[in-house]
Ligand binder design. Structure first.
Ligand code: NAP
Length: 557
């Protein structure tokens, strides 16, 4: 394919493809690899200057994954996973970016990736069953299928504080960190935000800054990473059974190959609970406490046992009791994403670090030299926004997507998003979303979720082509039922017990809908497989004949 189809090729040629993939992060690159193997013509369009997606943009000091590297990596190619050697338990951003670049080269993916090009609009044409994709460079594309691999944590959330434009110091958002290292030596620095990102960047900046003010609105639970180099023996042992390890991860709850706990904390004595939590805390990692008992995310009392244990550790680490109390979270453990850190709480024992409790005195705004709260003015040379993202839907809605009959996605989702299985949107035929709202992606090892989504989409397209279908979209009924089901599953857990970006609560005015499927990756995979096995149950499939009938009806034939 890939043939120019317009009459004005010298100005902005329109290229034609079977599939346009938007985004060249983990999701987009795997989609390219997988769809290309079906013999389809595929083009990936990426706004950034390099492949890597979130791992290109989030290059702030301290950025690293919080799923173990040996599992936070592609599983689709046995040779790839045998060849690549991770250096640390949790890989740093530069190492993960090197890995993604290695994958792009190893599978010769770059030749089908257009960089530095932002997709601005995508419009579905009913008559031809084609998407017309526009970009900010003037290049446009016509495609049978659109795969949106735009990432969940792509669109920035930068609060619009009054006076910010007057501030004369430097400002940074962690997810748009400069390529050149930033030197904070001798500076008075403020960091706003104490989510996963803030908790990683704060200890790094504290090492350099003359003074660091940490502006905390909500205290978060953070588990020790216990990061360390991986030994050759460990790596050899993993590689000896990598295939089995991955298969276990695919069907697991969280996309990692661990055996789930089977007993309730209620069945354990206080000593047994303490021993379990001690062991978890010592081992480290996001699941250190929450996964010690089967009911950690379901039963409030069990959850409180684990949360109390975590708060006690904070009080033990942080020397100033008042500061320690301010750092103690009051939401259920796991109802916001659990953070993983290296010496986060210890940072508050440093003489150059001050914790500012925004619950006591919220940020009022900025002037030329200060961040002002309701009670104080903090003179600052630099401010780091670790304020997160307009998550899950933000990057999709940044594109003017128009489906059947010209309906805009922004309009369709004005009251909150809707998808079927996270992958399809009613009214938007032949548009697939990778790790979309109502999929489990953001609560599990996202790489395993990406592979599941992309494999399912690739199999679906192969099925459509094989059986002569030209369009697929979820029925409104199936979509409503799925969204309801996702809400029901979340309501049976403590996942949605607090405001967080999972429900859009972090962005003022965003509709509140809990978006992750909280039933786990394995269960989700089974549901998706069953849907496909039943002939894409819940999706409307149309073929050329049906389309012809529709068109004849439309012209009154
Ligand atoms: P986040 O979890 O949304 O945290 C943003 C922080 O900024 C929160 O502390 C939030 O407070 C604060 N904030 C936002 N608006 C504010 C305002 N107007 N005034 C004061 N404070 C404000 O974002 P994130 O830390 O970037 O993490 C997002 C997700 O990215 C994570 O949950 C995780 O999934 C992923 N991530 C992963 C890793 C990793 O793998 N290691 C690292 C970084 C990020 P409130 O809580 O009160 O809203």
């Amino acid at each position: 394919m890939n043939t120019p189809t317009t009459s004005t090729p010298t100005i902005s040629p329109t290229e034609s493809y079977d599939v346009i993939v938007v985004g060249a992060g983990f999701g987009g690159l795997y989609a390219l690899y997988r769809l290309r193997r079906l013999g389809l013509s595929v083009r990936v369009i990426e706004a950034g200057p390099s492949v890597g997606g979130t791992w290109y943009w989030n290059r702030y000091p301290g950025a690293r994954c919080d799923v173990e590297s040996i599992d936070y990596s592609y599983s689709f190619d046995e040779d790839l996973q045998q060849e690549w050697t991770w250096s640390e338990r949790y890989a740093s951003q530069p190492e993960i970016l090197r890995y993604i670049e290695h994958v792009a080269d190893r599978f010769d993916l770059r030749r089908d990736v257009t960089l530095g090009t932002r997709v601005t609009a995508a419009r579905y044409d009913d008559a031809s069953s084609r998407w017309h994709v526009s970009t900010d460079t003037g290049r446009s594309y016509v495609t049978r299928y659109c795969v949106m691999a735009v990432g969940n944590l792509t669109a920035l959330n930068t609060p619009s504080f009054p006076g910010l434009n007057d501030f004369q110091g430097s400002t940074f958002h962690t997810a748009r960190w400069p390529e050149e290292p930033v030197d904070f030596t001798g500076m008075r620095v403020g960091v706003i935000g104490t989510g996963s990102t803030g908790i990683q960047v704060i200890p790094q900046i504290a090492e350099q800054a003359a003074e660091l003010f940490v502006f905390q609105r909500t205290a978060n639970f953070s588990m020790p990473a216990r990061n360390r180099p991986l030994t050759p023996d460990e790596l050899e042992a993993v590689k000896a059974t990598y295939r089995e390890r991955r298969e276990k991860a695919r069907w697991s709850f969280a996309g990692i190959p661990v055996d789930p706990a089977t007993s309730s904390a209620h069945a354990a004595s206080e000593e047994e609970r303490r021993a379990a939590y001690d062991a978890g805390w010592q081992a480290g990692g996001a699941h250190a406490l929450i996964s010690q008992f089967a009911d950690g995310l379901i039963d409030r009392v069990t959850n409180e046992f684990a949360a109390d244990y975590a708060r006690d550790r904070i009080r033990e680490i942080v020397e100033d009791p008042e500061v320690a109390e301010t750092l103690c979270p009051d939401h259920p453990l796991g109802s916001k994403r659990i953070c993983v850190d290296t010496h986060y709480y210890e940072v508050f024992n440093r003489p150059n670090v001050t914790l500012v409790d925004l619950r006591e005195a919220p940020i009022d705004g900025f002037d030329a030299h200060h961040l002002r709260t309701a009670t104080m003015a903090y003179e600052l040379d630099a401010v780091v926004f670790a304020t997160g993202f307009d998550a899950i839907t933000g990057a999709l809605l940044a594109i003017d997507i128009r489906g059947r009959d010209g309906i805009a996605l922004r309009e369709a989702w004005s009251g909150g998003p809707g998808t079927y299985l996270g992958v399809g949107i009613s009214g938007f035929p032949n548009l697939f979303v990778v790790t979309g709202p109502f999929s489990p992606a953001v609560q599990v090892n996202v790489i395993m979720a990406i592979e599941q989504h992309v494999d399912w989409v690739a199999d679906c397209i192969a099925h459509l082509d094989e059986h002569g279908f030209i369009a697929i979209e979820p029925t409104p009924e199936a979509q409503h039922a799925w969204v309801r089901h996702v809400g029901d599953v979340a309501a049976g857990t403590l996942r949605s017990a607090t405001d967080s970006w999972w429900s859009g609560a972090n962005v003022p005015g965003k509709p509140r809908v809990f978006m992750p499927y909280a039933g786990g990756l394995g269960a989700f995979r089974q549901i998706c497989d069953d849907v496909a096995a039943r002939g894409y149950d819940g999706f409307a499939l149309s073929n050329q004949e049906a389309r012809g009938d529709e068109q004849r009806e439309a012209v009154g034939a």
